[in-house]
Write a protein that binds this ligand. Sequence first.
Ligand code: NCD
Ligand code: ZN
Ligand code: ZN
Length: 346
Amino acid sequence: MRIPALIDPHVHMREPGATHKEDWASGTAAALVGGFTQVLAMPNTDPPVVDRVSLEKAEQLAVMNARCDFSLYLGAGPNNLARTAELAGKTAGLKLYLDQTYGPLRLDAMSLWQAHFRTWPKDRPLVAHAEGRTLAAAILMAALVDRPLHLAHVATREEILLVRAAKQRGFKVTCEVTPHHLFLTSEDLTGGWGEVRPRLGTQADVDALWAHLAVIDCFATDHAPHTAAEKASAESPPGFPGLETALPLFLTAVHEGRLTLDDVLTRMGDNVRRIFNIPAQPESWVKVDLDKKHTLSAQGMHTKAGWTPFEGWDVHGAVREVMLRGKTVFRDGQVLAQPGYGQRIR
Ligand code: NCD
Ligand code: ZN
Ligand code: ZN
């Protein structure tokens, strides 16, 4: 059957700076295989995207190499406060890292968050990586300056309950949840393989996320590839690849009656478009085979990560064909779009 093309509001493409993990050509091939025709890419590259020069450089690489459509986030830093607003119209949004994660972009001083929350235009997306108490602080800060806030990768019971309470109060918060926080607990992966931010939760956390599906606005992969060698090392960097496994996992959950296909499509399409103000693409759709049984494996995947936390999982549902702006970009296992076919969204 045909479904609308999907959009992922949270991916890491690693170019520039770490193209052994991923680059625009490989990462957007993974996106198309997964049924995504639009991706919003995070700024924790090397150099990070924090000003006009780094944004234009990263954009140039994306324009040359992306196979699907894209937009880039600007990272909030200690020194770019005065210059973010003028770049807002060209970006996916402003990203604030309020807790430690992969890359150099963490903002420590709460006064600095507040200044960024104030300065960034209210009609442009503002996204925060904020865990636990930090999430509570970010929600309060957004309320104080009366602006919308999108919370990246909500992962625990206490977090989703807090988001629910904030929404009930009428606060302008939205949130996304990743497939790995919905399908895995901290028991499922050993050592460095399980390193990810936010950390994988307990079964109670996972159950709470499923129980509060109505609070979850978007599903986002947080596709954060690191190589198998890096993950196996003593200093495993946090992050999982996710673009090629997300839709099959959700279709399997549909098959099992855990949610409806419509629940999935609104969270991987319409809601993302609305929150991030992204126009629908003409002549773009995905053909899925809802009954196709197969086993997830990193072998044959297009990400450079070379591994997946879902290795060996039996799933129900596969992507058959992807149409993007009138062109067949994926069919029967073959990625047909060339690097450079992708266009910028803004
Ligand atoms: C991300 C990465 O590797 O860039 N890692 C992760 O564990 N999620 C950073 C992030 O999204 O926090
Ligand atoms: Zn994050
Ligand atoms: Zn991320």
